[in-house]
Design a protein around this ligand. Structure first.
Ligand SMILES: [Fe+2]
Ligand SMILES: [Fe+2]
Length: 478
């Protein structure tokens, strides 16, 4: 479970059902009914459903807004199940299915029918639920019902995955422009583009709720602009993505994004020579740099029109260098606990600094070493619960990692795996060398198995440094 949530029985049942049902649904897209894999996934899911029916009498999963409700309890995904929840939510929404109900125990055959019916549905067809109902009726399956997706007022509806990616990229680059504008406004003492910032952060939250893989990938591979600009955007993205995984509501995610985007706003008042200095700072320079959380807090406090939002933004700006164990700065005269927003922004800030491109490398890169480094600091400078959430979020191989597969193919990790048991099997964009450059091939899902042998088709053999191969990983994300 998330470090902030206590598990109840409906929460446990709901999580088990969502997980087993998603695995089965996903299996139907890759394997036919007779395959061993489908047989196993059906049995697993059947056990969960019939166990729940025996205990609760009924099983109803509904989508309302961004959440699942299981037998009327709002579900919150644990860090390791987060992507499973998100993907099932997305798959059902895409097909405009808003609910599934089992009113009595089912057979494996009926369950499989339902799974194949759902996965065969056309995307974005409003009457899908009617056609499933009809098919179920024809097969005399009375214990299963599906419902229509009800949209809340003002709810964004998804576009296809290509459109989604395009939208995410647009949001990222518009955020970069905005951060530049904010810094310039402060330096020239002009009013800040507040409304624009709010609108953009709302767009970022929407994009992340629908699919965070593109934005996380862009944030991981950072060489589009000056570090200080993309750092703020990345921290906002990581903070929203983490916040979502600890169950923060949409409205507060927007506040969290703003807190992330403005966490280093105080740096706009620090001389550029200090910020860009790579050598050791003098004691005076160091104390000037360390004043940025306080300066940032003052800047935000002056913006009274931000209302409730500014309180949250202050938590990000003031607390992001305090450290979980308060070993950082500013030094406090009285011990206090770092707020949740402060801890999340600090985590996002810490992670982004960790994957910052090194001066000696032509291309920045991420690797599996990151997780090791995070675990070393967990419980000291960084919050152990949120560290766990972050590691689940980025996976063992973060997006942007260059990998060599056991098939001798090379590729770039573009998306983590939803299933925590398969965390070392991400989706990889295969690349090949031709006419003096690397080109994109297909996307390989490393969880894909051979239908006959039941073995994985591809596995990661090792990670590579893109500088040794002259590969600019970022190009494969834009
Ligand atoms: Fe900072
Ligand atoms: Fe920072």
């Amino acid at each position: 479970m998330s470090p902030l949530v206590h598990e109840s029985l409906p929460m446990r049942f709901g999580t088990e059902f969502i997980t087993a049902f998603y695995r089965l649904l996903r299996g139907t897209a890759h394997y036919d009914r007779k395959s061993v894999i489908i047989g196993r996934l059906t049995q697993d899911c059947l056990q969960v459903i019939n166990g729940i029916i025996e205990w609760e009498g009924n099983l109803l999963l509904k989508i309302i807004g961004e959440y699942f409700f299981f037998n009327n309890t709002r579900m919150i995904a644990s860090a390791d199940r987060y992507l499973i929840f998100r993907n099932l939510w997305r798959e059902l929404r895409k097909r405009r299915i808003g609910g599934i109900e089992f009113s009595e125990q089912v057979t494996g055959e009926h369950l499989q029918e339902l799974a194949y019916l759902l996965s065969g549905l056309e995307e974005r067809s409003e009457n899908n639920y009617l056609s499933v109902e009809k098919e179920l009726e024809q097969r005399n399956i009375k214990s299963i019902e599906v419902g229509k997706l009800e949209l809340l007022k003002d709810e964004d509806i998804d576009c296809d995955s290509e459109g989604q990616k395009k939208y995410s990229k647009e949001v990222y680059f518009r955020c970069l422009g905005l951060v530049r504008e904010v810094v310039e406004s402060i330096q020239r003492q002009k009013p800040l583009p507040i409304r624009k910032a709010k609108r953009l952060m709302q767009n970022a939250v929407n994009a992340i709720l629908l699919d965070d893989s593109t934005l996380l990938g862009l944030a991981n591979i950072k060489n589009y602009d000056e570090y200080s600009f993309n750092h703020s955007v990345n921290v906002a993205i990581y903070a929203i993505a983490l916040g979502q995984r600890v169950g923060i509501s949409k409205k507060n995610l927007f506040h969290l994004g703003m807190a992330g985007l403005f966490h280093d706003v105080g740096k706009a008042k620090i001389p550029g020579e200090i910020l860009s200095k790579t050598g050791k700072l003098s004691p005076e320079e160091s104390s000037a740099l360390r004043s940025h959380p306080v300066i940032g807090t003052e800047l935000i406090m002056r913006m009274s029109e931000w209302g409730e939002l500014s309180a949250r933004m202050i938590e990000g700006a003031f607390e992001h260098h305090l450290g979980y164990d308060l070993s950082g700065y500013p030094r406090l005269t009285q011990k206090k606990e770092v707020t949740l927003f402060g801890r999340i922004v600090a985590m996002a800030d810490f992670y982004d600094a960790l994957v910052r491109p090194r001066a000696q490398d032509r291309f920045p890169y991420v690797s599996d070493k990151i997780v090791e480094m995070m675990l070393e600091r967990s419980g000291k400078e960084i919050d152990p619960g949120i560290t766990k959430v972050l590691i689940h979020m980025i996976g063992v191989f973060p997006s942007g990692t260059l990998v060599l597969l056991n098939t001798n193919e090379i590729g770039i990790v573009i998306q983590g795996q939803e299933d925590s048991g398969l965390i070392d099997r991400p989706k990889v964009c295969l690349i090949y060398y031709e006419d003096g450059e690397y080109r994109k091939e297909k996307v390989a899902d490393l969880t894909e198995m051979d239908g006959v042998s039941g073995e994985f088709k591809r596995s990661i053999a090792k990670t590579l440094n893109p500088n040794e191969y002259n590969i600019n990983v970022a190009e494969f994300f834009i």
